[in-house]
Design a protein around this ligand. Structure first.
Ligand code: SF4
Length: 350
């Protein structure tokens, strides 16, 4: 799966027959599985993400036998333990849901799932801010601790490196970008591992992801580069497994503006000898504008990418940082639109 020619385009690493494998809460696909017989069809899931990934959908509440329609459930604190309970019937679903989550996590591991989009707010599927009640009775007080739904927490306890997000958070541009870049990187790793990579393959793979990795965790990325350079007396399979675990672990860290700025400066270092003083200044200003939140990162990225192509800078042309995933999946950038509108106005004045 290593591209024949050096390319930093996601498409050259992509296999449309084996796209990212993503789990999804079934109601987000428009399936009538909610407790009231309805759904919560999500546009990003169905219209935007679906063409680029292979979904594995699940409704854990239906799967454990709650049926549709069904009594509502909630997480109730009993002593130190938390239980998944249907207050209207008193039925405790904790054991069934935990068992189902563990079984699913095993099958997700075997199937090589790359990520999961959970439904927000659900006592089964939610990832953040799920309410914990201090009793099953009506009017019981709520503990607003940051808890997960029971299915989501069971799956993630078993698969802590799984790229997991909630559909509601896809409206946040930074979180969405982080998630889609991550699932594409992890799916590339999965396909690399399936192909039985040589050490040379690992080096090529790592090199193409180098700048992406640096935006996640600089020291761990340096350590992983050093690991690749010194295989020691590991058996090859262990060496590959060690690389894969470290790569996944780096992608559990979120990127940040500061780290992107460092990476942009580093990229600029590869072309600065080919630029005159004015060009350098323009590029530095674009990076500084991004740091200050006055322009989107895509302006500096596009500029560096253009210069890399013009001057045929192989290292930069091979970096997936510049084109990590389909653009359709990235958030509409309001700041970018504003900037473009402003520059169009300025052109008109001229
Ligand atoms: S949130 Fe989860 S459990 Fe609830 S209806 Fe959707 S898929 Fe089923």
């Amino acid at each position: 799966m290593i591209p024949q020619s050096k390319s930093g385009s996601w498409e050259s690493w992509h296999d449309p027959q084996d796209p990212p494998r993503i789990g999804v809460s079934q109601c987000l696909q428009g399936e009538l599985v909610r407790h009231d017989g309805g759904h919560t069809r999500d546009t990003f899931v169905v219209d935007v993400l679906a063409p680029f990934v292979a979904f594995t959908s699940v409704c854990p509440e239906v799967a454990v036998g709650m049926g549709v329609p069904r009594p509502t459930i909630r997480i109730v604190k009993q002593g130190d333990a938390e239980h998944l309970v249907a207050p209207s019937t008193g039925k405790d679903w904790t054991a069934e849901m935990k068992q189902y989550g563990e079984d699913q996590a095993r099958s997700y591991r075997e199937a090589g799932l790359d990520g999961f989009l959970f439904k927000k707010g659900s006592p089964s599927c939610g990832l953040f801010r799920i309410k914990i009640y201090n009793g099953a009775e009506k009017g019981a007080s709520v503990d607003r601790r940051n808890a997960k739904g029971l299915f989501a927490s069971t799956v993630l306890d078993a698969l802590p490196d799984l790229a997991a997000e909630e559909e509601g958070r896809m409206n946040d541009p930074a979180i969405r970008e982080d998630f889609v870049e991550r699932i594409f990187a992890i799916s590339r790793l999965r396909r690399l591992l399936a192909a039985g990579p040589s050490r040379h393959d690992l080096v090529l793979f790592h090199t193409a992801h180098k700048q992406m990795l640096f935006t996640r965790h600089e020291q761990k990325s340096r350590d992983l580069g050093a690991y690749l350079g010194q295989p020691g007396d590991h058996a090859h399979e262990d060496f590959v497994a060690g690389y894969a675990a470290a790569f996944r672990s780096i992608f559990t860290h979120r990127s940040s503006v500061g780290r992107h700025v460092n990476v942009l400066h580093h990229a600029m270092g590869h072309i600065k000898n080919m630029l005159d003083g004015e060009q350098k200044q323009v590029l530095l200003s674009r990076i500084e504008d991004y740091r200050a939140g006055q322009q989107p990162r895509s302006i500096a990225l596009t500029l560096i990418s253009f210069l890399a192509q013009t001057h045929k800078v192989e290292y930069l042309l091979g970096q997936l940082y510049f084109d990590p995933c389909p653009r359709e999946l990235l958030p509409g950038d309001r700041l970018q639109r504003k900037w473009l509108e402003r520059s169009t106005d300025e052109d008109d004045d001229d």
